[in-house]
Write a protein that binds this ligand. Structure first.
Ligand code: XMP
Length: 326
């Protein structure tokens, strides 16, 4: 793909011009497409010594997600400035007893920034000789024009980073993908060697599974949801349906219903499956997944995930419903 090859070259060149020769960039990575491609581009343009990537694990990621991110940066790229901040205990303890969706988002947003900043301070302590002058961001063109719903803005967490970094640090912001649309980001990513399974991923919200476990969050619910969601996504891929939907995920409805397994009565949670088609997430239609698939995945989840005895499929459109549940 010639045009993408040229684009990659142009972006690398302009990054080299923009970021001064002795300056370093700090970049938050989430495992999502945009931050992965932006980081890869920065590493390519500036070299692995001048880029530091911070990955905050808030404990509300999907099953295996953290391992995938580590696999890519540390093993595939052999990138040594990858900094994992495992903050799952902090997040889960702060979220204990909290049921209000906005409150959950607020706690996660603040804790995220706090964890990120702490990690940056650690890096500065360890590498006294480096000059971190830039904050890298995975912003893409639609992020800048979109009139995001303020309370659910996808960018609140990301864009506030630069306001709260250690007070002594005045960072300039570099956004390598700011002129690109999503499909260009994906093609560019493939061109510069980002694996396909990181490129074709559905969007995943910053607060993660916290807004897919309705109401109060605890460790057991996180586990149940991770397993259910993992099966759903895996089977969508096996049935070649994953690329046909814009976003798909499981959510946990913390209501117990009665069921029967073998001879025993069960009293377990409900899992709801959401799969939508969309162009930009602003409006969405529920995906008309084949009945055979729905039957199969429902059986899989109920048989394999302990704590679940009922699976629902969400047939609501956005608007008036939203894609996420909280
Ligand atoms: P809704 O639920 O508003 O979601 O229909 C539209 C799209 O935005 C994603 N979303 C978020 N992304 N932080 C994010 O990074 C958030 O707080 C957030 N809330 C919703 C959602 O997954 C969907 O793709």
């Amino acid at each position: 793909d010639w045009s993408i090859q040229d684009l990659a070259k142009d972006l690398v060149n302009s990054l080299r011009e923009e970021v001064g020769p002795s300056e370093c960039v700090i970049m938050g990575v989430s495992g999502g497409v945009d931050s992965t491609v932006a980081s890869t581009l920065l590493i390519e343009a500036l070299g692995p010594e001048r880029v530091h990537c911070v990955f905050v694990d808030h404990g509300l990621l999907r099953k295996n997600e953290r391992q995938q991110v580590i696999q890519y940066f540390e093993h595939d790229l052999k990138f040594s400035n990858f900094h994992l901040c495992d903050a799952s205990d902090l997040f889960l303890s702060r979220l204990k007893g909290v049921t209000d969706p906005e409150e959950k988002r607020k706690i996660i947003g603040h804790s995220f920034i706090e964890s990120f900043d702490k990690e940056v301070e650690n890096i500065l302590t360890k590498h006294k000789d480096i000059q971190i002058a830039w904050l890298g961001q995975g912003t893409i063109y639609p992020d800048r024009i979109e009139s995001a719903q303020p309370s659910k803005s996808a960018h609140k967490i990301k864009s506030h980073h630069n306001l709260t970094l250690p007070a002594s640090m005045k960072l300039k912001v570099v956004e390598p993908l700011k002129e690109l649309y999503k499909d260009e980001v994906r093609r560019l990513g493939l061109q510069i060697g980002v694996p396909k399974d990181l490129i074709d991923r559905h969007p995943f919200p910053g607060p993660g599974l916290a807004i897919r476990i309705l109401g109060e969050i605890d460790h057991e619910k996180v586990k149940i949801l991770q397993e259910s969601d993992y099966l759903f996504i895996q089977e969508l891929r096996n049935w070649k349906l994953y690329d046909q939907v814009w976003q798909a995920f499981a959510a946990l409805i913390p209501v117990r219903t009665v069921g029967v397994m073998g001879d025993a009565r069960t009293y377990d949670f409900i899992i709801t499956l959401r799969a939508v088609t969309s162009v930009d997430g602003m409006t969405a239609d529920w995906a008309k997944l084949p009945y055979e698939f729905l039957e199969h995945i429902s059986t899989q989840i109920i048989n394999r995930v302990k704590g679940v005895n009922r699976v629902l499929y969400d047939v609501s459109q956005k608007p008036p419903s939203t894609i996420e549940y909280e």
